[in-house]
Design a protein around this ligand. Sequence first.
Ligand SMILES: [Zn+2]
Length: 131
Amino acid sequence: MAVKKYNKKTLGKFKKILDEERDRINEDLSYQKNELNKTITDGSGELSSATYHMADVGTDMAEREKTSIFAVRQSKYLNEVDDALERVDEGTYGVCIICGELIEEGRLEAVPIAKYHVSCKETQNQRNHNQ
Ligand SMILES: [Zn+2]
């Protein structure tokens, strides 16, 4: 099977997209870390107050949980972006890991971390489902 690859120019374009994506996530993550620290500090200062504050604490906890779930998701996404950047360096970026054909540029622009065709993934899901 012939090895399919995107040319350097196209790879360079996606490297730039991925780099920007990584910067954006890193910014998001450090912002969220600050927010988490802030919530923890604010919360501890109010613990001695009346019981009806419990509702506030509950909301705080929910907020904090939401933020950390988001942060976990962002971290996972960051890993995917790093993986994709590695594939750019190796020259294998944009190649479907399932069928070995090139993924359309349009899909990569929409989902820069895409590793496979939507149709290939669906076929694979069906196979997994049957197991
Ligand atoms: Zn494919």
